[in-house]
Design a binder for this molecule. Sequence first.
Ligand code: GRF
Length: 222
Amino acid sequence: MTSPLALGVLLSGSGTNLQAIVDAIAAGTLPARVAVVISNVPDAYGLVRARAHGIRVEVIPHRDFPSREAFDARLVETLHAHGVELVVLAGFMRLVTRVLLDAFPGRVLNIHPALLPAFPGLHAERQALDHGVSITGVTVHLVDEQTDHGPILAQAAVPVLPGDTEESLHARIQVQEHRVYPLAIRLIAEGRLRLEGRRVIVSSTGADAGAALVNPPPDAPW
Ligand code: GRF
């Protein structure tokens, strides 16, 4: 039996996506293990979650480094020291450089709270509300050098409802994030993704054809 895929989760905040990944692993639906959680923010709540599950944590404050590249070099050194095979950005509020991408080619994932290519960058929920869309969502993608731009692995749609605030929309989006991030990581862990240009092709097992598109069922809780 092969050993489960070693994940390195990078975060700066509350870590609910880390929690969803840990829960999916515990439930036996994600053949992976979290080898290390790294935060650039010393008091990020995600570190508390990681420690509660006995996951090794590393705090690497970005302000201790003279450049983004120097910071990323330390990230790479730490990820390698923990045997990480796949880097999972989960609310990591730093732009990454070629230093990290070259060390993990095609092996850095991000989750963004909108249906890319709509509303990249910060405050995606506010952008969606200001634009007046009636559907937004979640995107898991491979990271490249442009912000929120790389090949798309999985998306989920989320309705914008009358009276929504950034907070209420964010909460509805997070329900889908917590479904779709473990799913996308599972597709990688099972070796079922390949790239054609920037298109990601998912090989189907039949039972879950179209799994990369999460269609929330009519009885979804909103
Ligand atoms: C998520 O909304 C994600 O889309 C964005 O950062 C947020 C992280 O949330 N990249 P959490 O820390 O996992 O709760």
